[in-house]
Design a protein around this ligand. Structure first.
Ligand SMILES: [Zn+2]
Length: 236
Protein backbone atom coordinates (compact mmCIF):
# COMPACT_ATOMS: atom_id res chain seq x y z
CA UNK A 1 0.00 0.00 0.00
CA UNK A 2 2.17 2.82 1.26
CA UNK A 3 5.20 1.25 -0.34
CA UNK A 4 3.53 0.88 -3.72
CA UNK A 5 2.88 4.59 -4.10
CA UNK A 6 3.57 6.57 -0.98
CA UNK A 7 2.47 9.87 -2.53
CA UNK A 8 -0.98 8.56 -3.48
CA UNK A 9 -1.26 6.98 -0.07
CA UNK A 10 -0.33 10.30 1.57
CA UNK A 11 -3.01 12.12 -0.42
CA UNK A 12 -5.69 9.65 0.54
CA UNK A 13 -4.50 9.79 4.14
CA UNK A 14 -4.77 13.59 4.05
CA UNK A 15 -8.30 13.29 2.73
CA UNK A 16 -9.26 10.96 5.55
CA UNK A 17 -7.58 13.23 8.12
CA UNK A 18 -9.32 16.37 6.83
CA UNK A 19 -12.65 14.59 6.94
CA UNK A 20 -12.04 13.35 10.46
CA UNK A 21 -10.96 16.77 11.76
CA UNK A 22 -13.92 18.52 10.15
CA UNK A 23 -16.29 15.91 11.57
CA UNK A 24 -14.72 16.21 15.02
CA UNK A 25 -14.88 20.00 14.97
CA UNK A 26 -16.70 21.69 12.07
CA UNK A 27 -15.08 25.00 13.02
CA UNK A 28 -11.53 23.63 12.94
CA UNK A 29 -10.55 24.53 9.38
CA UNK A 30 -12.60 27.76 9.11
CA UNK A 31 -10.91 28.97 12.30
CA UNK A 32 -7.51 27.89 11.02
CA UNK A 33 -8.10 29.74 7.76
CA UNK A 34 -8.76 32.92 9.73
CA UNK A 35 -5.10 33.33 10.69
CA UNK A 36 -2.35 32.07 12.97
CA UNK A 37 -1.32 33.05 16.48
CA UNK A 38 1.28 30.41 17.40
CA UNK A 39 3.02 30.86 20.74
CA UNK A 40 5.97 28.64 19.96
CA UNK A 41 8.72 28.98 17.38
CA UNK A 42 10.29 25.57 16.89
CA UNK A 43 13.76 25.25 15.42
CA UNK A 44 14.52 21.60 14.80
CA UNK A 45 16.04 18.95 12.59
CA UNK A 46 14.55 17.94 9.24
CA UNK A 47 14.64 14.30 10.37
CA UNK A 48 11.34 12.57 9.54
CA UNK A 49 11.16 11.21 13.08
CA UNK A 50 10.95 14.68 14.64
CA UNK A 51 7.69 16.25 13.39
CA UNK A 52 7.38 19.00 16.00
CA UNK A 53 3.60 19.47 16.07
CA UNK A 54 3.04 15.74 16.34
CA UNK A 55 5.59 15.04 19.05
CA UNK A 56 4.39 18.03 21.08
CA UNK A 57 0.85 16.70 20.87
CA UNK A 58 -0.27 20.03 19.40
CA UNK A 59 -2.26 20.96 16.33
CA UNK A 60 -1.92 22.93 13.09
CA UNK A 61 -1.71 26.61 14.00
CA UNK A 62 0.14 25.99 17.28
CA UNK A 63 3.80 25.95 16.21
CA UNK A 64 5.74 28.13 13.76
CA UNK A 65 8.57 26.07 12.36
CA UNK A 66 11.99 26.08 10.81
CA UNK A 67 13.80 22.79 10.36
CA UNK A 68 17.10 22.07 8.71
CA UNK A 69 19.65 19.28 8.72
CA UNK A 70 20.94 18.82 12.28
CA UNK A 71 19.11 21.96 13.52
CA UNK A 72 22.16 24.15 12.96
CA UNK A 73 21.62 27.80 13.88
CA UNK A 74 24.05 30.07 12.09
CA UNK A 75 23.95 33.87 12.33
CA UNK A 76 24.66 34.21 8.62
CA UNK A 77 21.86 31.86 7.50
CA UNK A 78 19.24 34.22 6.09
CA UNK A 79 16.64 31.46 5.98
CA UNK A 80 16.77 30.75 9.71
CA UNK A 81 17.12 34.45 10.50
CA UNK A 82 14.04 35.37 8.46
CA UNK A 83 11.94 32.74 10.21
CA UNK A 84 13.14 33.94 13.63
CA UNK A 85 12.47 37.57 12.79
CA UNK A 86 8.99 36.91 11.44
CA UNK A 87 8.00 34.68 14.37
CA UNK A 88 9.39 36.96 17.06
CA UNK A 89 8.58 40.38 15.60
CA UNK A 90 5.35 39.82 13.67
CA UNK A 91 3.77 36.75 15.26
CA UNK A 92 4.97 37.65 18.75
CA UNK A 93 5.71 34.06 19.83
CA UNK A 94 6.33 33.62 23.57
CA UNK A 95 8.80 30.76 23.26
CA UNK A 96 11.66 29.92 20.94
CA UNK A 97 12.52 26.23 21.21
CA UNK A 98 15.69 24.88 19.64
CA UNK A 99 15.44 21.10 19.73
CA UNK A 100 18.04 18.55 18.71
CA UNK A 101 17.48 14.81 18.85
CA UNK A 102 19.08 11.45 19.50
CA UNK A 103 20.46 9.44 16.57
CA UNK A 104 20.81 12.59 14.45
CA UNK A 105 22.40 11.76 11.10
CA UNK A 106 24.17 15.13 11.08
CA UNK A 107 25.78 14.45 14.46
CA UNK A 108 26.76 10.94 13.41
CA UNK A 109 28.29 12.25 10.15
CA UNK A 110 30.24 14.90 12.05
CA UNK A 111 31.55 12.26 14.46
CA UNK A 112 32.57 9.97 11.61
CA UNK A 113 34.85 12.67 10.28
CA UNK A 114 34.84 11.59 6.62
CA UNK A 115 33.29 13.53 3.78
CA UNK A 116 29.61 13.19 3.01
CA UNK A 117 29.87 14.98 -0.31
CA UNK A 118 28.45 18.04 -2.02
CA UNK A 119 27.10 20.95 -0.06
CA UNK A 120 26.48 18.75 2.99
CA UNK A 121 30.09 19.01 4.10
CA UNK A 122 29.81 22.79 4.07
CA UNK A 123 26.55 22.69 5.97
CA UNK A 124 27.94 20.34 8.65
CA UNK A 125 31.06 22.45 9.24
CA UNK A 126 29.77 23.93 12.54
CA UNK A 127 29.07 20.41 13.86
CA UNK A 128 32.57 19.29 12.92
CA UNK A 129 33.97 22.32 14.74
CA UNK A 130 32.02 21.22 17.83
CA UNK A 131 33.48 17.72 17.52
CA UNK A 132 37.01 19.12 17.35
CA UNK A 133 36.45 21.56 20.22
CA UNK A 134 35.14 18.80 22.49
CA UNK A 135 37.30 15.94 21.16
CA UNK A 136 38.55 14.85 24.58
CA UNK A 137 35.14 14.72 26.22
CA UNK A 138 33.62 12.90 23.26
CA UNK A 139 36.42 10.33 23.06
CA UNK A 140 35.73 9.41 26.68
CA UNK A 141 32.17 8.41 25.82
CA UNK A 142 32.38 4.76 24.84
CA UNK A 143 28.83 4.24 23.64
CA UNK A 144 28.36 5.49 20.07
CA UNK A 145 24.75 6.56 20.43
CA UNK A 146 25.55 8.36 23.70
CA UNK A 147 28.35 10.19 21.89
CA UNK A 148 25.94 11.28 19.16
CA UNK A 149 23.53 12.51 21.83
CA UNK A 150 26.33 14.52 23.46
CA UNK A 151 27.24 16.13 20.11
CA UNK A 152 23.56 16.96 19.60
CA UNK A 153 23.45 18.58 23.07
CA UNK A 154 26.57 20.63 22.37
CA UNK A 155 25.07 21.64 19.03
CA UNK A 156 21.92 22.87 20.77
CA UNK A 157 24.04 24.76 23.29
CA UNK A 158 25.93 26.47 20.46
CA UNK A 159 22.67 27.22 18.63
CA UNK A 160 21.08 28.74 21.72
CA UNK A 161 24.14 30.98 22.11
CA UNK A 162 23.58 32.19 18.54
CA UNK A 163 19.90 32.79 19.29
CA UNK A 164 20.72 34.74 22.46
CA UNK A 165 23.06 36.94 20.42
CA UNK A 166 20.36 37.66 17.82
CA UNK A 167 19.28 41.32 18.09
CA UNK A 168 15.61 40.57 17.41
CA UNK A 169 15.60 37.89 20.10
CA UNK A 170 17.49 40.09 22.56
CA UNK A 171 14.97 42.93 22.15
CA UNK A 172 12.00 40.59 22.67
CA UNK A 173 13.59 38.97 25.73
CA UNK A 174 14.15 42.38 27.28
CA UNK A 175 10.90 44.04 26.22
CA UNK A 176 8.32 41.31 26.63
CA UNK A 177 9.94 38.32 28.31
CA UNK A 178 10.42 36.08 25.29
CA UNK A 179 11.81 32.74 26.46
CA UNK A 180 14.50 30.76 24.65
CA UNK A 181 14.88 27.05 25.34
CA UNK A 182 17.35 24.38 24.28
CA UNK A 183 15.94 20.85 24.24
CA UNK A 184 16.66 17.35 23.09
CA UNK A 185 14.15 14.87 21.71
CA UNK A 186 14.83 11.24 22.54
CA UNK A 187 13.46 9.27 19.61
CA UNK A 188 13.61 6.00 21.53
CA UNK A 189 11.16 7.20 24.19
CA UNK A 190 9.35 10.08 22.47
CA UNK A 191 10.30 12.42 25.33
CA UNK A 192 11.67 15.95 25.09
CA UNK A 193 14.24 16.98 27.67
CA UNK A 194 14.95 20.61 28.58
CA UNK A 195 18.73 21.07 28.52
CA UNK A 196 18.47 24.27 30.53
CA UNK A 197 20.15 26.60 28.06
CA UNK A 198 18.95 30.07 27.11
CA UNK A 199 16.47 31.98 29.24
CA UNK A 200 15.13 28.60 30.36
CA UNK A 201 18.19 27.86 32.46
CA UNK A 202 15.95 28.38 35.47
CA UNK A 203 13.55 25.75 34.14
CA UNK A 204 11.13 26.77 31.46
CA UNK A 205 8.18 25.82 29.37
CA UNK A 206 9.26 22.33 28.48
CA UNK A 207 9.75 21.47 32.17
CA UNK A 208 7.49 23.24 34.63
CA UNK A 209 9.53 24.93 37.33
CA UNK A 210 8.79 24.71 41.03
CA UNK A 211 5.23 23.90 41.96
CA UNK A 212 3.54 26.25 39.53
CA UNK A 213 1.78 25.08 36.40
CA UNK A 214 2.98 26.34 33.06
CA UNK A 215 0.36 26.41 30.37
CA UNK A 216 1.23 26.57 26.70
CA UNK A 217 -1.93 27.42 24.83
CA UNK A 218 -2.10 26.44 21.23
CA UNK A 219 -4.95 27.51 19.06
CA UNK A 220 -6.64 24.15 19.32
CA UNK A 221 -5.04 22.44 22.26
CA UNK A 222 -3.01 23.25 25.31
CA UNK A 223 -0.20 21.61 27.19
CA UNK A 224 -0.05 21.97 30.97
CA UNK A 225 3.33 21.43 32.57
CA UNK A 226 3.04 20.71 36.27
CA UNK A 227 5.84 21.31 38.75
CA UNK A 228 8.49 18.68 38.10
CA UNK A 229 8.09 16.82 34.87
CA UNK A 230 4.47 15.79 34.54
CA UNK A 231 2.44 17.37 31.78
CA UNK A 232 -1.11 16.86 30.76
CA UNK A 233 -2.73 17.72 27.50
CA UNK A 234 -6.14 19.19 26.95
CA UNK A 235 -7.83 19.64 23.61
CA UNK A 236 -10.69 22.07 23.46
ZN1 LIG B 1 18.83 15.23 12.91
Amino acid sequence: MAQEDSFLYALSSNNAWAGYKAHQNPNFFPKLAGGQTPQILWLGCSDSRCPETTILGLQPGDVFVHRNIANIISPTDINTSAVIEYAVTFLGVRHVVLCGHSACGGAIAALAGGRVGGVLDTWLTPLRAIRVAHAEELAAIKDESARAVRVAELNVQAGVAVLMANAVVQDAVRERGLEVHGCLFDIGSGRIRDLGFGTGSKGGVMRGAGGADEVVRGKHAQLVFRGGSAASMAVR
